[in-house]
Design a protein around this ligand. Structure first.
Ligand code: UDX
Length: 437
C-alpha cells in the first residue's frame, strides 16, 4: 500500500519506518526542512534505540522517503496524522495548531476513496470536527481515529508489536471499508494475535488519554505512598513489591521516585482536565489535579532532601546530577524532572553539573544556563553530593568504590530507587532515596 505520514516527530518517524518494514511504500512529510534532509540521508533526527538500524536497512529498498512538500503525499491510500499536540503556553489545554494545519494541508491533496487516520493525542471531539471538514471537501474520503500507544525508548518494538490496535470508525459502509484498509496496512505479522478494539470516534480518542491518565495515576499513587513512608520510616520499594504481587494491582509502573515527565503524561492529563471543563464534567477529573500535584511535589522534596544531607544549605555546594532525559533510553528533555531539579538547585545557589549519555544537546538548548559534563566521572569530580535522577543502565551500574576516589563527599541521593543501598553504604557512602528509610 501507499502510505503517507504527516509529521515526522518521535511518533511519525517511527511509524513511517515501521510501516515501510512491513512492505508498504511510505512517504513522511514534515515542515522542518532540516529534519527532512536528515531523514532523507537515512539519519534519525533523535535518539531512539533500533531506529537508526531500521533506517539503514530501508535505505536500499527506496520504500521510505521524506518530503517537505505536502503535494508529494498525493496518491497515498492512507494518510496518518502524527503531529504533536503540545500544552498551550500558560494554559492546561492542548495546542491544536499542528493538527489543524495538517488537516488544512491534507484537504488540498486527499482524493475520494482514501483514508485519513488520526494518531495524534487530541481532545475528545477533534475527530468529529476533522471528519466534518473532510466530508465538506472530499465526501468520498473517510476519517478514522487510530491512537498510538508507543513509549519512547521502546517505540520500534511497541509499533511492530502493539498491545492492542484501536480503530475509531464512522458507522456504515465507509467505516467498514476504512477498517478493511487499516487491516491491510497492519497485515500480519503485526496484527496477527494483536487484540483489535473497533469503536466510535469518541471512545477511540478517550482510550488514549484514559490510558495515560491511568498510568500517571498509578505513578502518583505510589509516590503518595512514598510520602507516607517518609513520615513513618517505611520502605516504599518493599511496599510496591508487596502490593504488586496482587495481580489485580501489578508491579509495573509502581516505581516510586522523582515522578513522571516527558512529552506525553504531564500534558495529556492537563489537556484532559481542560477538555472535561469545556464539556462541563470537570468534577470527573479533579483527581488528576491531585495526580499532577503529587508528581510535582516529588521534585520539591528532592531539593529539600539535598539540603538536608548537605547540613541545611546547598549554597555554593558542588552537586553532580546523573541524568537529564525524562527517562532512560531517550534524549527527550520535555518536562524532564531531572532538569527541573537541577535548575531549582542552581537557582538556590548550588554549583550544579549535569551529565547524560544522550540528552546533553537538547538539555543545553532548553537550559543554556546549566553546566554540563560529558561523562559521569567528569560530573562527579569534586562533588560533595551526587544525585541519580534518570536511571540510565550505565549510572545504575556505577561502582561506588571507584566513584569514591573522584568525589569530595560521599553522599548519594537516589531519585529513582534504582541503586542497591547496601552496596553504596558498604562503600562508605551516605545513601538516601525518596520513600525509603
Ligand atoms: C507514555 C505512555 O507509557 C505511552 O503508552 C504513551 O503512548 C506515551 O506516554 P513515555 O512518555 O514514552 O510513554 O514514557 P513512560 O515509559 O510511560 O514513562 C513516563 C514517565 O513516568 C517517565 O518520566 C518515567 O520515569 C516515569 N515513571 C514510569 C515513573 O516515575 N515510575 C514508573 O513506575 C514508571
Amino acid at each position: 500500500m501507499r502510505i503517507s505520514v504527516i509529521g515526522c516527530g518521535y511518533l511519525g518517524t517511527v511509524h513511517a519506518a515501521c510501516m515501510a518494514t512491513l512492505g508498504h511504500e511510505v512517504i513522511g512529510y514534515d515542515v522542518d526542512t532540516h529534519k527532512v534532509a536528515a531523514l532523507s540521508r537515512g539519519e534519525a533526527p533523535f535518539f531512539e534505540p533500533g531506529l537508526p538500524e531500521l533506517l539503514q536497512e530501508l535505505a536500499p529498498t527506496n520504500r521510505l522517503t521524506f518530503t517537505d512538500s505536502v503535494a508529494d503525499v498525493q496518491g497515498a491510500d492512507v494518510h496518518f496524522v502524527c503531529v504533536g499536540t503540545p500544552q498551550k503556553a500558560g494554559e492546561n489545554a492542548a495546542d491544536m495548531t499542528y493538527v489543524d494545519t495538517a488537516m488544512a494541508d491534507l484537504l488540498k491533496v486527499v482524493e475520494p476513496g482514501q483514508v485519513v487516520a488520526g494518531k495524534s493525542t487530541v481532545p475528545v471531539g477533534t475527530a468529529e470536527r476533522l471528519a466534518a471538514q473532510l466530508a465538506a471537501e472530499v465526501p468520498e474520503a473517510t476519517l478514522v481515529w487510530n491512537p498510538e500507544f508507543l513509549r519512547e525508548g521502546f517505540a520500534v518494538k511497541d509499533t511492530l508489536h502493539p498491545d492492542r490496535l484501536v480503530y475509531g470508525l464512522p458507522e456504515g459502509a465507509a467505516g467498514e471499508s476504512a477498517k478493511e484498509l487499516l487491516n491491510t496496512v497492519y497485515a500480519a505479522p503485526l496484527a496477527e494475535g494483536t487484540p483489535l478494539v473497533e469503536t466510535d470516534y469518541a471512545t477511540a480518542q478517550l482510550v488514549k488519554v484514559a490510558a495515560n491518565s491511568f498510568l500517571a495515576t498509578k505513578i502518583s499513587f505510589i509516590n503518595a505512598m512514598a510520602e507516607l513512608c517518609e513520615s513513618t520510616g517505611a520502605d516504599v520499594v518493599r511496599l510496591a513489591d508487596a502490593i504488586g504481587h496482587d495481580e489485580r494491582i501489578g508491579r509495573r509502573f509502581l516505581n516510586a521516585g522523582l515522578g513522571f515527565g516527558g512529552g506525553c503524561l504531564p500534558k495529556d492529563i492537563r489537556a484532559f482536565m481542560a477538555r472535561a471543563g469545556e464539556l462541563g464534567v470537570d468534577q470527573a477529573l479533579t483527581f488528576l489535579r491531585e495526580v499532577d500535584s503529587i508528581n510535582l511535589r516529588r521534585r520539591v522534596r528532592m531539593v529539600d532532601l539535598a539540603r538536608e544531607v548537605c547540613g541545611g544549605s546547598i549554597v555554593g555546594r558542588r552537586i553532580a546530577i546523573l541524568g537529564a532525559a525524562f527517562k532512560p533510553n531517550s534524549d527527550d528533555v520535555r518536562d524532564s524532572p531531572a532538569l527541573s531539579v537541577a535548575a531549582q538547585m542552581q537557582l538556590q545557589g548550588a554549583d550544579v553539573v549535569v551529565t547524560d549519555p544522550q540528552a546533553i544537546p537538547n538539555a543545553r538548548r532548553k537550559w543554556p544556563d546549566l553546566k554540563f559534563a560529558d561523562s559521569a566521572e567528569k560530573a562527579v569530580e569534586g562533588a560533595e553530593l551526587v544525585l541519580l535522577l534518570t536511571e540510565w543502565p550505565e549510572y545504575v551500574g556505577l561502582d561506588p568504590a571507584a566513584l569514591s576516589t573522584l568525589v569530595s563527599g560521599r553522599r548519594m541521593l537516589d531519585g529513582r530507587n534504582a541503586l542497591d543501598p547496601a552496596a553504596w553504604r558498604a562503600a562508605g557512602w551516605t545513601y538516601r532515596a525518596l520513600g525509603r528509610p
